[in-house]
Design a protein around this ligand. Structure first.
Ligand SMILES: [Zn+2]
Length: 352
């Protein structure tokens, strides 16, 4: 009798274990436990067609789902190449839960070497969420990501870098809102786990894009509005393929997977001892079209009144000098010559 009971118990345990290793269905395709599958999702409207390359990793143990997007801006190479490395670093045989990784959300922008916007419809994907099922190509891409990836995620990460003209400091960021304290706190922990020295909080209190009847615009904001802890990586600059930035992106995602309990790191996760939190950013814009001459680099500590750069016309006449409005870290500075009226040329981070 005793033996029978222990047999029943072990059968129950075994069947429980078997149930823990379930398949994951994505786009009507079954992804078996402990495997990964790659998808090229066609996005077609009347005139144009494109696709979204997506990798789905299904772990050996049941768990939660992490959605990750790279290449929402197709000229931001460090996250795109970091995502390529993740194909090999995320071992589904050791994974708990599911990772859905968009390799390049804006393939047209990537192949067209087009900063910020898609050359097909002139839209900035990161101002187009939640998208339109029957809209332009970019609107359809946003719609697919909203409805088929963000909608399935328990956690969300969107990865960017400094686009073609932007010299940018590396940082992690999280979305925060006073009405969503727990989700915001989880996002903060996730952002800290990435391992950046600097973590920016995007305070969304009172923002129009957080209103139910207004479009979310940003990929991460779409996730956050749905009550998902949501974070960003900003790593890399000036549309350059720098290997250390690529490695930092990959390492950050692996840190996050370890923190969330999806995939243990081989070694103990190295935590930043005193990360610098940034909640206040000061933008300075150019008042003219013309040529911008930066006087500082991203990451420089600047003092109020310090010259950050100047704008000239096409004959070398100085039209405007940009001075630091506050003490702080230079988070971003435009560092290629073209500048447009109304465009932000510097962002200073006030350190908390
Ligand atoms: Zn971007």
């Amino acid at each position: 009798m005793k033996r029978q009971i222990s047999l029943i118990i072990s059968l129950v345990i075994m069947s429980g274990y078997a149930a823990a290793q379930s398949s994951f269905i994505f786009q009507n395709k079954e992804i078996k436990a402990g495997t990964k599958e790659h998808f090229s999702i066609p996005i077609v409207n009347g005139q144009d067609s494109t696709f979204i390359p997506i990798s789905v990793f299904n772990g050996v143990e049941d768990g939660e789902t992490l959605g990750i997007t790279a290449g929402v801006h197709g000229y931001e190479y460090a996250p795109i190449m970091g995502a390529q490395k993740l194909i090999h670093s995320i071992n589904p045989q050791k994974l708990k839960g599911v990772v859905i990784l968009v390799q390049v959300a804006g393939v047209e922008s990537f192949l067209g070497r087009s900063p910020y916007i898609s050359p097909v419809d002139g839209r900035n994907l990161n101002r187009t969420f939640p998208g339109e099922e029957n809209g332009t190509t970019t609107e359809r891409v946003a719609n697919f990501i909203s409805e088929h990836i963000i909608s399935r995620a328990d956690y969300f990460l969107d990865m960017h870098s400094g686009d073609a003209p932007e010299d940018l400091m590396k940082y992690g960021a999280y979305y925060s809102n006073s009405d969503m304290p727990e989700i915001s706190a989880k996002g903060k922990e996730m952002a800290l786990s990435l391992g950046f020295d600097h973590v920016v909080v995007f305070n969304t209190d009172g923002k129009d894009y957080m209103k139910a009847d207004m479009p979310s615009l940003y990929c991460t904001a779409e996730a956050f509005k749905r009550g998902i802890p949501s974070i960003d990586i900003e790593c890399g600059r000036l549309g350059i393929m720098e290997q250390d930035a690529v490695d930092k992106v990959t390492g950050s995602v692996l840190n996050l997977l370890d923190y969330l309990g999806f995939l243990p790191l081989d070694a103990k996760r190295v935590e930043v001892e005193s990360p610098i939190l940034i909640s206040n950013r000061i933008y300075s814009a150019s008042n003219f079209d013309g040529i911008f001459y930066p006087a500082k680099k991203a990451g420089d500590y600047v003092i109020k009144g310090m010259k950050l750069g100047h704008v000239t016309d096409y004959f070398g006449v100085i039209l405007q000098t940009i001075y630091a409005e506050e003490d702080g870290l230079l988070l971003m500075i435009i560092s290629t010559p073209p500048v447009n009226k109304g465009e932000d040329v510097t962002v200073i981070a006030k350190v908390d």
